[in-house]
Ligand binder design. Structure first.
Ligand code: IVH
Length: 678
């Protein structure tokens, strides 16, 4: 092929790919499937490999990283990179508003641009004649590190601006960050390889940008949103700059730079307070970490009037969320024994206010986790509580380790019943071998027995169970049914009335279902759905009790491990005695009617469920389908009759479509259940 034809072809390809990148990263509206994009990329790379001289700096193929550097050079920012002042409460926010609005003495309400405060690193991108020529960190605000090679690997940053209408020189300021999903994936890979994990997405983003080898940065899936401008040349371009901050950001979007979709232009300061509250509520749903909002006076003329103090503008402030990470001290480690004997180390912390609540405990999970953190009693630790998530210890502040710090020793025997402790092969947890002889396991077993999805015993809370076991009133669930009014009313906070109420709920609870009965036994890994499958398959308690491993594996959802757990449970004499005792105390359930064929309208129809169902859980949907006679399989094949596709259905949906399998929506499934009355 003649060179000029190749040059044209290459230019077209580059333009096409840049357009798709823009649609994907900036507009959030991809127009072609990923496969088509990949095909064009491969084509581009192959041409460039055959004609290396045609490879250019703005080629989309350059996103994979280049030669490693020895050190970063320094770059002086043409205009300084400023920082922001913070406000931490509504009161401080009101004070900011007052300062601003008094100084402006405006006749109408002041409009603001409200943005999420992205938790990453500030960078400045310099484009000359539309080409990305330099990228730098903020550094001390006057000069920073030249990280151009690393920035070039970030997929959402255009190497060339879009269109024709941009200034000859433009410095774009914005935040490089690591989306939560990329962060989780990165840490998961690190754990698998036994490498150190990053404490949070911000550190991960910083660590990734500071790589001298841009090939590593390229693998880290960083992202970027623009939030402002640095130097902009005005020569040769007419009135390019809009006169509000919000309009300028929109303008950046038109030339190819991604901006955060949450950014809003607001008419007055009250709306900013509402924006802050709304974003705080939705914080966990966002795909990236934020630590507050940034509120900026929108009108550029007003910004100029307000000016700067020291290193921060008077026209903007960061309105921060309460901290999600705090520092505290690990005072002690206690070991808790769970229902199945698992021994969990629990960190007792010096109480600390974090993520909106006071935290004094955190789980340390298991021995592996303690080793990974390298944590000792007495250490200063970073603790994190994000949203409703259980508090986690993120890392140890090693340089604050006191000389008196002590290694965490794992118990050699159960801290509750002194039975032997074992670590089963392939498991990270230690377990007490005491079974129901162990007071802790007994308490947990009875709590489970009384819980809502099991016997649902009204008025029998965790604290009451603990007291009853401690006072030796009950040893097993069976004993619950022979409790007397006098015994109950002697317990703390229990009078005659509550004793009678509890006896009444115990009476009521005796009428149950076989599925609940099986679930209430607390057999390892036999949850609600498995218990229900066992009941529907075997129909009576006796047949379940005598089922062998082979037979059990025919039950939907039961694999070898679960089958072994079940057989093991029923082989323990004590457990059989408890079951007999329960039945003898009058616990009963209706017979399960064997469904005739016409009551199983979906007999032998194979269903596959994929994507997220919003109106029911997956195991619910599965159990209902099975009750109608259907089989529910995990993968799509030519034998599949129906694929139920929930939200974000992926490859299974594509495969079903390719194979011509009928696809049902969640609404179709609900209609099917309504029709058959399940
Ligand atoms: S504007 C002159 N907008 O916060 C104003 N900064 O605490 C300069 N940041 O260094 C910054 N999200 O790294 C601005 N929407 C946003 C931001 C934001 C995050 C960071 C940025 C800055 C730091 C100041």
């Amino acid at each position: 092929m003649p060179t000029d034809t190749i040059t044209t072809q290459l230019a077209q390809l580059k333009q096409q790919i840049a357009l798709y990148n823009h649609q994907y990263y900036v507009l959030d509206q991809p127009t072609v499937p990923d496969a088509e994009y990949d095909r064009l990329m491969r084509e581009l790379i192959s041409i460039e490999e055959q004609h290396p001289s045609l490879k250019s700096v703005d080629s989309p193929s350059q996103k994979v990283g280049g030669k490693a550097l020895k050190a970063f050079s320094q770059v002086t920012h043409q205009l300084p990179m400023l920082s922001l002042d913070n406000v931490f409460s509504e009161q401080e926010w009101q004070a900011f508003v007052k300062r601003v609005e008094d100084k402006l003495a405006a006749s109408a309400a002041v409009s603001y641009c409200a943005e999420p405060k992205l938790d990453g690193l500030a960078v400045s991108l310099r484009y000359e004649d539309g080409l990305l020529v330099q990228a730098a960190t903020r550094g001390d605000g006057t000069s920073g590190e030249n990280i151009t090679e690393n920035i070039r690997t970030i997929k959402s940053i255009p190497l060339r601006l879009i269109g024709e209408n941009y200034p000859e020189v433009i410095e774009v300021r914005g935040e490089v960050f690591m989306p939560k999903a990329s962060f989780d994936a990165l840490n998961e890979r690190a754990i698998k390889k036994g490498e150190k994990t990053f404490a949070n997405p911000r550190n991960a983003a910083a660590g990734s940008l500071r790589q001298l080898d841009s090939k590593i940065t390229a693998q880290r899936n960083l992202a970027f949103y623009a939030y402002g401008l640095g130097f902009v040349s005005t020569d040769g371009i007419e009135r390019w700059l809009e006169d509000s901050h919000f309009a300028r950001l929109q303008q950046l979007k038109t030339i190819g730079l991604p901006i955060c979709p949450e950014i809003k232009q607001l008419d007055n300061h009250s709306q900013c307070q509402a924006f802050y509250e709304d974003i705080l509520n939705r914080r966990d749903e966002l795909s990236y970490e934020i630590d507050g909002t940034v509120i900026k006076v929108n009108d550029i003329a007003y910004q100029e009037k307000l000016g700067f103090v020291a290193r921060a503008p008077r026209w903007a402030t960061a309105y921060k969320f309460p901290a999600q990470e705090e520092i505290t001290v690990l005072e002690e480690v206690e070991f808790q024994v769970g229902r199945t004997g698992a021994i969990t180390p629990v960190a007792r912390l010096k109480p600390v206010f974090v993520g909106g609540v006071t935290v004094s405990n955190a789980t340390l999970h298991n021995q592996d986790e303690i080793e990974r953190l390298g944590i000792q009693v007495g250490d200063t630790v970073i603790i994190r509580r994000a949203g409703d998530v259980i508090p986690q210890i993120v890392s140890v502040v090693l340089d604050r380790r006191p000389e008196s710090a002590k290694m965490i020793e794992f118990p050699k025997e159960c801290p509750v019943c002194q039975s032997e402790v074992v670590r089963n092969e392939g498991e990270a947890v230690l377990r007490c071998t005491g079974g129901l002889f162990c007071g802790a396991q007994r308490k947990e077993a009875i709590k489970h027995f009384a819980s809502r999805k099991a016997f649902d015993i009204d008025g029998l809370g965790d604290k009451l169970v603990e007291q009853m076991v401690d006072e030796n009133l009950i040893q097993t669930p069976t004993d619950l049914f022979s409790l007397t009014e006098i015994q109950i009313s002697t317990l703390d906070r229990m009078g005659k009335k509550s004793a009678l109420n509890l006896l009444e709920s115990l009476m009521k609870a005796k009428q149950t279902t076989l599925a609940r009965f099986i679930y209430s036994l607390g057999i390892r890994e036999v949850g609600e759905a498995t218990a229900s499958n066992l009941a529907n398959y075997y129909l009576t308690l006796e047949t379940i009790l005598s089922a062998n491993i082979e037979s059990l594996q025919k039950v939907p959802d039961v694999g070898e491990i679960v089958a072994k757990n079940i057989v093991q449970f029923f082989s323990v004499q004590h457990n059989v005695e408890v079951i007999q005792g329960l039945v003898a105390s009058g616990i009963h359930w209706p017979d399960i009617a064997v469904k005739s064929e016409d009551e199983q309208p979906l007999l032998d129809q194979i269903f596959v469920l994929t994507g997220t169902l919003s109106q029911m859980g997956r195991s619910d949907a599965k159990a209902k389908l099975q009750s109608l006679g259907a089989k529910v399989s995990g993968s799509v094949s030519a034998k599949t009759h129906y694929l139920v596709a929930g939200e974000k259905a992926g490859s299974k949906l594509t495969k079903a479509q390719d194979l011509g399998v009928e696809v049902l929506t969640e609404d179709d499934l609900v209609a099917l259940f309504t029709k058959h009355d399940v």
